[in-house]
Write a protein that binds this ligand. Structure first.
Ligand code: AMP
Ligand code: ZN
Length: 111
């Protein structure tokens, strides 16, 4: 269910603009507004879950699907290498509490 005060629910609904990279029945992927690599895409499940932990417990097949979509984006836009990041919790840098996978690729990434 969409959360009316959630930025990523609004992006999925088209109420906030985004640059779409990929979409299917389970997930939506769009370019991060402040890219940290040449290619920086966010993948979000269409159903609102706050964190990757909640997603793993309640919809593990959606979580594994997000990994497959990350691989597809990295293969389509780069050489198939990618870094996949789930910031989880405020002190780890999570600022939007609708789970999202950061896909970083398109260049040799710093260690
Ligand atoms: P996190 O800090 O892990 O919660 O990641 C949130 C990400 O969302 C950050 O990398 C932001 O740059 C990105 N972001 C915030 N607002 C937007 C937006 N309107 N469109 C695309 N990306 C956004
Ligand atoms: Zn949401």
């Amino acid at each position: 269910m969409a959360h009316s005060d959630c930025l990523f629910c609004k992006i999925i609904a088209g109420e906030v603009p985004s640059t779409k990279v990929y979409e299917d029945d389970q997930v939506y992927a769009f370019r991060d507004i402040h890219p940290k690599a040449k290619v920086h895409v966010l993948i979000v499940p269409k159903v609102h879950y706050a964190s990757v932990d909640e997603l793993a417990k309640k919809a593990p097949l959606t979580l594994s699907h997000m990994v497959e979509v990350a691989q597809k984006i990295a293969t389509d836009e780069a050489d198939g290498s990618y870094r996949l990041i789930f910031n989880t919790g405020k002190n780890a840098g999570q600022s939007v509490f609708h789970v999202h996978a950061h896909v970083l690729t398109g260049e040799v990434l710093p260690e």
